[in-house]
Write a protein that binds this ligand. Structure first.
Ligand SMILES: Cc1cc2nc3c(=O)[nH]c(=O)nc-3n(C[C@H](O)[C@H](O)[C@H](O)COP(=O)(O)OP(=O)(O)OC[C@H]3O[C@@H](n4cnc5c(N)ncnc54)[C@H](O)[C@@H]3O)c2cc1C
Length: 449
């Protein structure tokens, strides 16, 4: 197997730049019978000492990186192995992307049960971070829909499900790639009658309206989420657009699998000054006022509703070479005041960008041991890399979130230290038992070791 040294593997936030040893996983190779093809490349005395699977690098921080370690690039490990069209269960190699899955299953009348805000993530990455989507209040997390998976560890191969190697299954769902290499997984899909989504966008004047709308609409809509103008302050704090969607009940247009392809690509890093508080303010104002009526109803392709950002590939370059951070937390349903306080701090810092999303999580519990979602409110925001100024803001927010019993999302995080992580995830003690001794990530080294 070819191993090359490379400095080309970054995470989405592009704050860390590491050298890695890289081995590409190959769909035609039988790793299940030959685990040594991977693990024999590791040495206890010189690099690479440990390995980690790299999916599509859509995690923002360092959970998909392993400085000086062996990255197993799974992008070509993406075969569909079987499809049960009666039950809607797809078995595929873990490097397949959600985009590839959609192209295969939508024409057959099936859809992803849960999807994050980009379809360019791998099946393995979606399991390892136990991702959530706009329908968390109905369907829980991605891990709730994994029936079985095959895990390659340095001590063997294990089929895992809720009835077989259950603990290893729970540790692997949300296991941050540390419990082993997921070779394939069985994903249970959702039946649909149409690839179109009936959407309703409602302008909200402030945070209180957001809280009211989630209570009012979450039971009638599969998907709900709000875009928030994170620059607005005072009586406008939390104003934004509340977006609701249900799959349409009938086909009105044939499905075109190519319609969601990126139409633009950012070809180079924008200068670091492009996104500053002035341009961000302008964008937020324009986005808020672009919708004139208070309520707007439309029937749209699922790409427009679930993946609006995918239309521009490599959009992370607009933050320039300094990169950017995402901050995502969740606090309980009774902690609305903490959401308000955090948003006040963020708005008055003038540092957040235009990508701010607020959602109410439901109470479907995940099988994942370290799963991030819990019932309550989750706020996610992007911030250009303002270095010390930003770490001061983050540590003020951390304090509020921790005090409220909330936590941060590892897939997005690039700053937590060990104490904070262990306080937010007391489950880490149990989880550590399942970490494969030959696997690690830079995130792991930052918060576990
Ligand atoms: C625009 C955008 C929107 C997003 N929206 C959401 C959202 O709405 N909800 C949400 O939850 N997340 C969201 N995310 C985060 C993203 O969904 C997760 O970070 C996801 O896990 C990335 O998948 P990936 O294939 O890129 O994995 P990577 O980022 O490459 O890796 C993530 C983790 O998965 C592990 N992994 C990957 N493959 C395997 C395997 N075969 N076996 C074992 N471990 C493996 C890696 O080791 C690593 O620990 C978003 C990201 C972006 C860029």
């Amino acid at each position: 197997m070819d191993i090359k040294k490379s400095s080309n593997y970054d995470s989405w936030g592009r704050v860390f730049h590491y050298d890695h040893y890289v081995m590409r996983m190959d769909s035609s190779v039988d790793y299940e019978s030959n685990p040594d093809l991977i693990f024999s490349n590791l040495s206890s005395t010189k690099d690479p000492k440990k390995c980690l699977v790299y999916g599509q690098g859509r995690s923002y921080g360092d959970s998909c990186l392993l400085k000086d370690g062996l990255l197993l690039d799974s992008s070509s490990y993406s075969k569909i192995l079987s499809f049960d069209d009666k039950r809607g269960v797809l078995r595929a190699q873990a490097g397949i992307t959600l985009d590839e899955i959609l192209r295969f299953v939508v024409p057959k009348g099936w859809f992803l049960p849960v999807t994050p805000g980009t379809k360019y993530v791998s099946l393995g990455g979606a399991i390892a971070n136990d991702v959530h989507g706009k329908n968390h209040h109905k369907q829980g997390t991605f891990g709730n829909h994994i029936e079985k998976l095959l895990l390659l560890r340095s001590n063997g191969v294990f089929e895992c499900s809720l009835t077989q190697n259950e603990d290893l299954f729970r540790a692997t769902i949300s296991g941050l790639g540390l419990t082993g290499i997921i070779l394939w997984a069985d994903l249970k899909l959702t039946p649909i009658k149409s690839h179109l989504i009936d959407t309703v966008n409602i302008k909200i004047k402030n945070l209180d309206e957001f809280f009211d709308m989630s209570n009012k609409y979450d039971s009638d809509y599969e998907s709900t989420v709000a875009w928030i103008d994170c620059i607005a302050k005072g009586k406008d704090l939390g104003r934004g657009i509340f977006m609701l969607g249900n799959h349409a009940e009938s086909y009105t247009k044939p499905y075109n699998p190519n319609s969601g392809r990126p139409i633009l690509s950012v070809p180079f890093d924008f200068p670091n000054f492009t996104l500053n508080s002035f341009t961000i303010k302008l964008f937020n104002l324009a986005y808020y006022y672009k919708q004139i009526p208070r309520v707007q109803k439309k029937r749209v392709h699922f790409d427009g509703f679930y993946y609006p950002l995918d239309i521009i590939s490599k959009w992370n370059r607009i933050y320039g070479s300094r990169g950017f951070y995402q901050y995502q937390f969740v606090v309980g349903v009774d902690k609305k005041d903490v959401v308000t306080k955090c948003l006040e701090k963020i708005a008055s810092s003038n540092m957040a960008s235009f990508l701010a999303v607020l959602k109410k999580f439901g109470d479907v519990s995940s099988p994942g041991m370290l799963s991030f979602p819990k019932p309550g409110y989750t706020l996610a925001l992007d911030f250009p890399n303002y270095h010390e100024k930003l770490s001061k803001l983050f540590s003020d927010l951390d304090e509020l979130v921790l005090e409220a019993g909330g936590r941060l999302y590892p897939a997005k995080d690039a700053m937590m230290d060990r104490n904070l992580f262990c306080s937010m995830y007391p489950e880490y003690k149990e989880f550590k038992k399942y970490v494969d001794p030959l696997m690690a990530s830079s995130f792991y080294q930052r918060v576990f070791e």
